[in-house]
Design a protein around this ligand. Structure first.
Ligand code: SF4
Ligand code: SF4
Length: 423
């Protein structure tokens, strides 16, 4: 990162020494996981560049946006309706963290046997090494898992937090509750930004977010190609960047990449040679820079063709209905789209099982690797139902429970055993 950014980071209140330590680790890790791959699509260069500037140029854009009177709003979950943030003249940034930072500090507030994603998210805040959270005017949380709910209370002592009450079922009463929470968020964002969310601003924001999700869906469709034309690691990186990049620019770049991939398919130009087992990873999100499992699977000789997770299809699967023209109708459409998300915090969650079986068929998957973050109750417990459904469908599943530590060697042994079985 250029030296010019140091002043900006200092003004954001960051701990520059601790941040330097983080910046020393990330580039070599990125090189190992991404740049070492052969035959990558040329258009991945944009996403490599975004990553190289993830704490630089993008933060500069956030700072400039705030100087021009805009707001920056942080989110921790795919239920946060980014259309509303955009309609209020805001920039939405994803804050879930995927690396172990300041674990001892975090454990002064949180129990040790808690999901690493939550511990890490607090660790980044306590260590003052995340310029995204330090740029935020407001953080949005949702009542999803218990860990996150209680984490937001702690975070609320450090920064303004708005918690949306997310129902845990999907009946009419639950929908009404969620709809009222969407309305409450509108009020909070209007107060914060001093800008009214109206038909024009919301309609534009819905279109922008839909286009982004459509571009990601187009990319996902192209991953049905056999052999694959893009690695699972690259697709994961794109899905991770989706939460933080400028949505219009990002959409354009994903579509340019898709154009290139379509040409590659027409030319029979694939990556990694033929006949590799096709893997779907399923379960807990992999927040930046958590690439461990994807790296292990693909360097063991398999290809990841789908991520059934929030850093994957759960983020972009459904669109907001663009037909309503009045504000209340638009808010209904936004609420309905987000309530379709099939996170394991819902009960019952039969939709997720159906979706998994559909993906296994559509992507001609040879095996599923279930990614469970340690102490994540919703996903570790729901693994039972997923396993049962996959057993009935004759689909092998490897259950991997892990955290942000280095257990790559052990995971690789188990992944290789799975691949031997399906080859
Ligand atoms: S897994 Fe569930 S709680 Fe976690 S980010 Fe996704 S939707 Fe939110
Ligand atoms: S991975 Fe599981 S425990 Fe962690 S925040 Fe998401 S739902 Fe909660």
């Amino acid at each position: 990162m250029a030296d010019d950014y140091r002043k900006m980071w200092e003004e954001l209140g960051m701990d520059l020494d601790a941040h330097d330590g983080l910046l020393e680790i990330l580039p070599p890790l990125f090189g190992d996981v991404f740049l070492s791959q052969e035959g990558r699509p040329a258009r991945m260069s944009y996403f490599d560049y975004v990553f190289s500037e993830v704490h630089g140029l993008r933060i500069q854009e956030l700072v400039n946006h705030k100087k021009n009177g805009g707001i920056v709003v942080g989110t921790y979950c795919t239920y946060a309706p980014e259309e509303l943030i955009m309609a209020a003249g805001g920039i939405s940034v994803g804050l879930c963290a995927g690396a172990e930072v300041a674990p001892q500090e975090a454990m002064k507030f949180l129990p040790a046997n808690l999901c690493p994603l939550i511990k890490s998210s607090l660790g980044f805040k306590l260590a003052r090494v995340c310029p995204y959270i330090e740029s935020c005017d407001l953080l949005i949380g949702e009542t999803t898992c218990d860990g996150k709910k209680k984490f937001y209370e702690i975070l609320g002592d450090m920064q303004p937090v708005h918690v949306m009450e997310l129902p845990q079922k999907k009946g009419e009463g639950d929908r009404a509750l969620w709809r009222s929470e969407v309305r409450a968020l509108v009020t909070r964002l209007e107060e914060l930004s001093g800008k009214k969310i109206d038909e024009a601003s919301l309609s534009e924001a819905i279109k922008i977010a839909n286009k982004k999700r459509l571009a990601l869906s187009r990319l996902a469709e192209l991953r049905k190609a056999d052999p694959p034309v893009i690695s699972g690691r690259d697709a994961l990186l794109i899905n991770q960047i989706a939460f933080n990049d400028d949505p219009r620019r990002f959409t354009g770049k994903v579509n340019e990449l898709c154009d290139e991939l379509e040409k590659r398919i027409a030319q029979g130009k694939t990556i990694g040679g033929p006949a590799r087992p096709r893997i779907m990873v399923s379960g807990c999100p992999m927040a930046l820079p958590n690439w461990k499992l994807a790296q292990v699977i693909e360097t063991s000789g398999a290809a990841i063709v789908m991520e059934e997770m929030c850093t994957g299809i759960r983020y972009f699967r459904n669109q907001v209905d663009e037909s309503p023209t009045d504000l209340e109708g638009m808010l209904d459409a936004v609420a309905d789209r987000y309530l379709k998300i099939d996170c394991a915090v819902f009960t019952p969650n039969a939709e997720r099982i159906e979706n998994i079986l559909g993906l296994v068929r559509d992507y001609e998957v040879d095996a599923v690797v279930y990614h469970a973050l340690q102490a994540c109750d919703p996903y570790t417990i729901e693994a039972y139902k997923v396993q049962k459904a996959l057993d009935e469908a004759g689909m092998p599943m490897l259950y991997v429970e892990t955290d942000y530590g280095d257990d790559s060697g052990q995971i690789a042994t188990r992944v290789q055993a799975l691949l031997e079985m399906v080859r």
